[in-house]
Ligand binder design. Structure first.
Ligand SMILES: Nc1ncnc2c1ncn2[C@@H]1O[C@H](COP(=O)(O)OP(=O)(O)OP(=O)(O)O)[C@@H](O)[C@H]1O
Ligand SMILES: [Mg+2]
Length: 347
């Protein structure tokens, strides 16, 4: 079934920032750690599209997903869903939107209630939104069929199913309220490789059948390329590159995206993308980062003086990508530096 991607925005994320602060002391609170988990991130999702949010461990993907779902509040910025600014909606208004976006998390066993049967798990959102029990039960049975499970097993408990089957149950529950947006936060990372493909194929066919929009969170750029129309690359809370998934993968523009892909190619077959990002992070010396400079400057092979004193903004390239990197600015300082490097004056 062919998917229709509309030009209409279903979701618009505007300048979202979130900083986590850990402090001690009851009266005189002392900050012992602070993490800028998401830093001024903006992007749009079109109706029917799948957008991949990719980045290493701790790059802020889940925090951003949780802010969109309003499971946590952003420090600043706005999220618009179908033309409504949902970040500022009161809880009763927000409830009306809740059924339009659902989430599937990485670990299905943790996201399902182990003390309730599969039927109760899938029916829960329907009952919360006022569906009568008998109708909810019928819908749960039909959702079991939709996700490829035998409805005769609906009165069993989650622990009686395999990891892949539990993820199918979690997907059935997420579909119960007919959401328009599904946020998939590493939906197959906890599953065996053989089961991963089945779940991803199921997600693809469900999207085509129900014309849903997906935000697919992953640390695996290869998987994101296969699954997603567009890719957003995050590093330490910042969006560094966005574009058509094939273009981002085949012609990565940001030095981080290039390093990310190049490092994977040099690693053994079973290496995980998260390990790659950890390697890039290990090489970093955060003390060297000027708070006004580019976050990737300390390890970037293309780093120039401007990168340490000025934050790059996302700018569009002729290939359709948008890249936050001074390399693509046509300034006299930039040209002089490129010239000097070609002449071997700087390394
Ligand atoms: N509740 C919290 N309190 C303090 N710090 C947090 C909290 N949640 C996340 N963080 C920090 O924010 C940063 C981003 O975390 P986040 O979980 O969003 O990353 P991620 O990209 O989803 O990583 P992963 O791929 O490992 O799931 C990390 O440094 C993390 O330690
Ligand atoms: Mg995460």
């Amino acid at each position: 079934m062919k998917r229709a991607i509309s030009k209409r925005h279903l979701l618009s994320v505007r300048n979202i920032s979130k900083r986590f602060v850990t402090s001690t002391g009851l009266i005189r609170r002392k900050i012992i750690a602070a993490t800028q988990a998401v830093d001024n991130v903006s992007f749009d999702l079109h109706v029917g599209e799948t957008v991949g949010l990719v980045g290493g461990s701790g790059s802020g993907k889940s925090t951003l997903a949780r802010i969109i779902l309003r499971l946590i509040e952003a420090d600043s910025g706005e999220v618009w869903f179908d033309g409504e600014p949902i970040t500022s909606l009161a809880p009763d208004r927000m409830r009306l939107f809740r059924k339009d976006f659902q989430v599937v998390f990485q670990d299905p066993l943790h996201s399902l209630n182990p003390r309730r049967t599969v039927a109760e798990n899938i029916m829960r959102p329907l009952l919360n939104f006022g569906t009568a029990r008998a109708a909810a039960r019928l819908r749960a049975e039909s959702l079991m069929v939709t996700v490829g499970l035998n409805p005769a097993t609906i009165d069993r408990y989650p622990h009686e199913f395999s990891g892949g089957q539990c993820q199918r149950i979690a997907i059935a529950r997420a579909l119960a309220l007919k959401p328009r947006l599904l946020i998939l936060d590493e939906p197959v990372s906890a599953l065996d490789v053989s089961v991963q493909a089945q779940i991803l194929n199921l997600l693809k066919s469900l999207q085509a059948e129900f014309n849903m929009t997906y935000l697919f969170v992953s640390h695996d750029l290869g998987l994101v390329r296969w699954m997603c129309d567009r890719t957003l690359v995050m590093y330490r809370g910042k969006l560094l590159e966005t574009g058509n998934s094939d273009v981002v993968h085949d012609q990565p523009a940001h030095p981080f995206t290039r390093d990310f892909i190049a490092t994977v190619l040099t690693m053994s077959g079973d290496a995980k993308w998260a390990d790659v990002a950890a390697r890039l992070d290990d090489a970093e010396t955060p003390a060297e980062v000027d708070e006004h400079g580019c976050i990737y400057a300390p390890v970037c092979s293309e780093c120039r003086p401007v990168c340490r004193r000025k934050p790059p903004v996302l700018r569009h390239l002729p290939t359709g990508q948008a890249v936050a990197c001074h390399l693509y600015e046509h300034t006299s300082e930039n040209s002089a530096w490129i010239h000097q490097r070609a002449a071997g004056v700087v390394s």
